[in-house]
Design a protein. Structure first.
Ligand SMILES: *Cc1c(COP(=O)(O)O)cnc(C)c1O
Ligand SMILES: [Zn+2]
Length: 417
């Protein structure tokens, strides 16, 4: 277990893991990717995501981190006219054996990231989040006792609930501004001694953690799907899925054809959609005030990353190209209608972001982008919060400090850990 190295997708340099987020050499931006010595999918007899630890970049097996429920939906399939529609549900849904208590697939990123950081660096982890990532890290930093600072825009505070009181080792910093402002403050904090940047999509632990959605699907069906549907903000989950597929193809037991990635964004803030539709590898520029206005209007606020890893080598553009993928734009009205329909059919609530994804599947049907017999994986990236509240009373994390871009960051450091 844990036998892996990191390889630069541009120059091929290979590294032992020292918690790098990028290649040392000076060249255009490119991801590092894990190369595992284990070439066949294995799952250990442990519960949760660490059953796939052979393909996670850490040595510890944490008894943490649920897995999504993966099931064939006859009901949704019938409604849409699809014969082989599978749902991966990341959230709380005890009736389907789904116990992801932070109610989103960000719960797959936090445990391996914390394990990797604690094994290699043991410094305070700084995580920027629009909300769902912050909640997942809040929960798992609390459970593991590993120190971390979580930086969220004020709009994300309503997403910062936990089942238990947060532990002392977790500090919450609220930023006046949007998600991208939170990212920029978190970068400043992480540059101080004793802190490490969690790194977002560049962190292989985050990507490989999210890759377990596809691993669990293939462990269930024994086949790589024809099409994969996901809503994206940064696209980290989609890149992770593509990378998991490349490993599964090397495995050779589950098929050789890559699934088409059908990725969606919420109108009006949809820089990846627009760039892809223009055939551009460069991300289109949206001026800042327009972007802020658009973000304000979006139903799914977690999707509002202004600097997603789209152009970088190994990023969203490459994932779409390599899989013959497609992008969708979904309006708030479509998303809200899809949320309602999903609830009626499946009898579970889904998060706004996930409803954008379900709406994109409806669009794909209308456009004839999928065939009736296709094996389709619909990634419902978050849900079951209403269901969770029937069983638990949640507690909201209070910010330790509220900052803006003029705040002296010394004040933040005084929070300690
Ligand atoms: C973060 C998030 C997404 C988008 O994930 P990417 O990292 O952009 O792939 C989708 N749905 C939910 C519920 C999320 O929290
Ligand atoms: Zn390199």
């Amino acid at each position: 277990m844990g036998d892996y190295s990191l390889e630069c997708l541009y120059c091929g340099s290979v590294y032992n893991d020292d918690y790098q987020l990028a290649c040392d050499r000076n060249h255009e931006p490119a991801f590092l990717r894990t190369r595992y010595s284990t070439k066949q999918l294995k799952h250990l007899n442990v519960s949760g995501m660490f059953k796939f630890c052979e393909w996670l970049p850490c040595n510890k097996i944490l008894n943490l981190g649920g897995l999504p429920a993966t099931y064939k939906s006859e009901t949704l399939g019938r409604e849409l006219g699809l014969k082989n529609l599978y749902v991966s549900f990341s959230g709380y849904w005890p009736e389907k054996n789904a116990y992801m208590e932070t109610c989103s697939f960000k719960e797959l990123e936090a445990p391996p990231t914390i394990a990797r950081a604690s094994e290699i660096k043991n410094e305070i982890l700084v995580v920027a989040s629009a909300g769902n990532t912050g909640r997942a890290f809040g929960q798992f930093l609390s459970k593991t006792g590993y120190p971390g600072y979580i930086v969220v825009p004020e709009s994300g505070l309503e997403m910062m609930w936990l089942l238990e009181e947060p532990a002392e080792n977790v500090k919450l910093i609220a930023v006046k501004g949007d998600y991208s402002d939170a990212i920029s403050i978190s970068n400043k904090i992480a540059s101080f001694k004793g802190f490490i940047k969690e790194g977002g999509a560049k962190n292989v632990a985050r990507r490989d953690g999210m890759g377990t959605v596809m691993l669990e699907f293939v462990a269930t069906t024994k086949r790589i799907p024809d099409s994969y549907f996901q809503v994206i903000g940064s696209g980290t989950g989609a890149i992770a899925t593509w990378e998991a597929v490349l490993r599964l193809i090397e495995d050779s037991r589950f098929g050789y054809k890559k699934p088409e990635l059908h990725l969606s964004q919420n109108h009006p803030f949809k820089p990846i959609y627009t760039s892809w539709k223009q055939g551009s590898r460069k991300l289109v520029k949206i001026d800042e005030s327009t972007a802020r206005k658009q973000i304000e209007e979006n139903f799914a606020k977690v999707l509002t990353n202004r600097n997603p890893p789209y152009s970088i080598i190994g990023g969203v553009y490459d994932a779409l190209k390599d899989t013959n993928g497609e992008m969708y734009s979904v309006t708030n009205e479509e998303a809200i209608a899809a949320k309602k329909l999903f609830k009626e059919i499946e009898e579970i609530d889904i998060l706004p972001a996930a409803s954008v994804c379900f709406a994109s599947l409806i669009q794909a049907m209308e456009k004839g982008n999928v065939e009736k017999e296709d094996l389709i994986l619909l990634n419902i990236t978050g849900g079951g919060f209403e269901r969770l509240k029937e069983d638990y009373s949640v507690k909201y994390m209070q910010p330790d400090i509220i900052v803006d871009k003029n705040t002296n960051l010394g004040e933040i450091l005084e929070l300690g850990s």
